[in-house]
Design a protein around this ligand. Structure first.
Ligand SMILES: [Zn+2]
Length: 219
């Protein structure tokens, strides 16, 4: 009995050895990530941010949709992307907790830059178009913002507009170049319509990703 079992096992092992391909040389990941980018999708959960004046669309949902398109565009180009959130939920039960978690992720060691995605709203409904904010006084932040707004305007076929200095938690906190992109105005009917359109979201995202890479690829 024992002998036949042994025979059976030997045949099985021999069979496996025959079927197994020869050992492939150990390989690390094909190519290491080119850059490490942190993407922050603004708001979420109890805090939906701005809402569309015509459709009631939530800023938090649009931030996630556009942000994920940016993430995929960057990953397709070999970047490692860390997101502050991956679903509709907030990062904490209160605004304070949410911002604390968000800030901790934005300050992760080793990142090359951080980009926060938001949608705008203003009392004058004629104001429209994308904007890109950097922390006032931050030279590298401005350089990143210049690249991003230029690439976004080009991708959307809009006239170029300058980046804007500002003072925001998400651009002030990280030690690396950080910008906040306001993709458009949910108070403007044309922007609101465009921002809900997947094709427009993709153009916007391609522009943001292109601007980030143009900045990072500068010598
Ligand atoms: Zn916002």
């Amino acid at each position: 009995m024992k002998r036949s079992l042994l025979l059976l096992l030997s045949c099985f092992l021999l069979g496996c050895a025959k079927l197994s391909p020869p050992c492939a040389p150990y390989e690390l990941a094909a190519t290491p990530p080119v850059y490490f980018v942190i993407l922050d999708y603004g708001h979420g959960g109890f805090d939906c941010g701005a809402t569309g004046m015509d459709t009631g669309v939530k800023e938090s949902d649009l931030n996630l949709l556009v942000g994920e398109r940016v993430a995929r565009a960057l990953e397709d180009r070999g970047c490692f992307v860390l997101r502050t959130r991956t679903d509709a939920d907030a990062l904490g039960a209160t605004k304070r907790d949410d911002m604390a978690y968000r800030g901790a992720i934005l300050c992760t060691d080793g990142a090359d830059c951080t980009v926060s995605i938001h949608m705008n709203k203003f009392s004058d409904r004629s104001v429209k178009g994308p904007m890109c904010y950097y922390q006032a006084g931050a030279g590298e932040g401005k350089a990143l913002a210049d690249c991003v707004i230029e690439a976004v305007c080009l991708s959307l076929g809009r006239d170029p507009r300058p980046a804007n200095p500002g003072n925001n938690f998400v651009t002030r906190l990280p030690a690396v170049p950080s910008v906040l992109v306001e993709c458009g105005f949910l108070s403007n009917p044309e922007d609101e319509r465009n921002l809900r359109d997947p094709a427009y979201q993709q153009k916007l995202a391609d522009g943001i990703a292109e601007g980030i890479l143009q900045y990072l690829e500068q010598p």
